[in-house]
Write a protein that binds this ligand. Structure first.
Ligand SMILES: Cc1ncc(COP(=O)(O)O)c(C=O)c1O
Length: 418
């Protein structure tokens, strides 16, 4: 691995154009010919919906997630809706989920007439806290929906144990976490059913919307295959009321090309995370910012590199970086339990304090496979300037890379796609 830490190295000042949060052009340029060939083949075939490309992708994702079944659909949001429909979640049911997630996780619960029960997070990993889940279970609880946020799996063993004790289903929202692992088990192959998004900025992103469900359960796979085509089997005979949520062949063809590169891109993201950590340490910022951690025995795939900014200065730092044309994002500025549309649920400000603190403090920095080392140095130097930590890198006293909250150091494992 490249070591950026030389004592008092003057920081280069590249990129007058700044550093984007994500740059999808770079990936497109590197795969242009393959992508064009795949798209042209689909156009010539005339098979645009649920064609052979979709079946190929389903097989490849099933193998990648070590499960027997994968079912394509139109988006990650639809995948969550379909998963809950397949589990018969409806009026009178409660689903436990984090408030610190994208809106889609909770919206599907409400669409089906069920009640989302929001619980707090583990502040170290930003993922749902199993102890909080235990306290939220009631006789009406039907499912737990952990979200593998920012590319790191939730604490699934504790969640699976709770689910078994109370006979609850577990739906993994793995939208941000394709390729992540929890104790050598792949995201998408741990709960009863899992939901992936192929939104363009995801680690495996299409050229539009797309989604996938994975499951080890034959009964759920059969139901999902019905539900996502209006419950129709055979043609024009409707066994149940489903929805129209199909994966386009064009998306599948693009994703089939990209899947072959996913593990290499993940390794790049992991390298960037390590470099950020070392650069922050070398600028003596590792104890100023709250740097993200990788839990023990997990493979973090770094869909986002999210840091905490202390002392209420997050928005000020964001403006400072914007003046240097450095892209950032806030995931998520308003936790779901505080969203206007969920006021009817009666949550008060202060009811999920660790979630609320994360929403106030976190900022996501540029991370994508093609990000250059110079760009990372530029980002960190601008953050150092903001904190008055100087323009020079210093040799870090002790490397503090990615400690688990319990103190174990962890090296990400490699993973080959199917
Ligand atoms: C955690 C999470 N869940 C669900 C979704 C929904 O996926 P999609 O945008 O494909 O509908 C997203 C996408 O941003 C997400 O990040």
């Amino acid at each position: 691995m490249h070591s950026p830490s030389t004592s008092a190295t003057p920081v280069s000042q590249p990129q007058a154009a700044g550093v984007p949060l994500v740059d999808m052009q770079r990936q497109y340029q590197s795969l242009k010919e393959e992508l064009h060939a795949a798209v042209n083949r689909v156009l010539a075939s005339g098979r645009f919906v649920l064609g052979p490309d979709c079946q190929e992708l389903e097989k490849a994702i099933a193998a990648y997630c070590h499960v027997p079944h994968a079912i394509g659909c139109a988006s990650g949001s639809d995948a969550i809706l379909l998963a809950l429909m397949a589990l018969d979640v409806g009026p009178g049911d409660e689903v436990i989920l984090p408030s610190y997630t994208f809106f889609a996780t909770a919206a599907a619960v409400v669409r089906l007439g069920a009640k989302p029960v929001f619980v707090d997070i583990d502040p170290a990993t930003f993922n749902i806290d199993p102890a909080e889940i235990a306290a939220a279970v009631t006789p009406a609880t039907k499912a737990i929906m952990p979200v593998h946020l920012f590319g790191q799996c939730a604490d699934m063993n504790a969640i699976l144990a709770l689910a078994a004790r109370h006979k609850l289903a577990v739906v993994e929202d793995a939208a941000q976490a394709i390729g992540a692992e929890y104790k050598r088990r792949p995201a998408g192959g741990i709960g009863d059913v899992a939901c992936f998004s192929f939104y363009p900025t995801k680690n495996l992103g299409g050229v539009g919307d797309g989604g996938m469900l994975t499951t080890t359960r034959q009964d759920l796979a059969d139901r999902l295959r019905l539900l996502h085509v209006h419950g129709m089997q055979p043609r024009y005979y409707h066994q149940v009321i489903g929805i129209n949520s199909r994966l386009d062949s064009l998306q599948a063809a693009v994703l089939n090309v990209k899947l072959a590169h996913l593990d290499r891109w993940t390794a790049e993201r992991q390298l960037h995370a390590r470099r950020y950590h070392e650069l922050f340490a070398s600028h003596r910022l590792a104890d100023v910012l709250g740097l993200p951690v990788e839990a023990a025995d997990c493979r973090h795939v770094w869909n986002q590199y999210t840091v905490r900014v202390p002392d209420g200065r997050r928005d000020e730092l964001r403006s400072h970086l914007a003046t240097h044309k450095i892209g950032t994002e806030i995931y998520y500025p308003v936790p779901l339990h505080e969203q206007q549309c969920f006021t009817y649920l009666g949550y008060k400000v202060g009811s999920l304090p660790r979630t609320e603190q994360a929403a106030r403090e976190t900022i996501a920095l540029p991370i994508f496979p093609e990000l250059s080392f110079d760009e990372q140095r530029f980002v960190v130097a601008r953050i150092a300037a903001f904190f008055g930590a100087g323009q020079h890198e210093h040799r870090p006293p002790t490397p503090k890379f990615l400690k688990h909250p319990q103190g174990r150091e962890n090296e990400p494992s490699g993973r080959k796609s199917a």
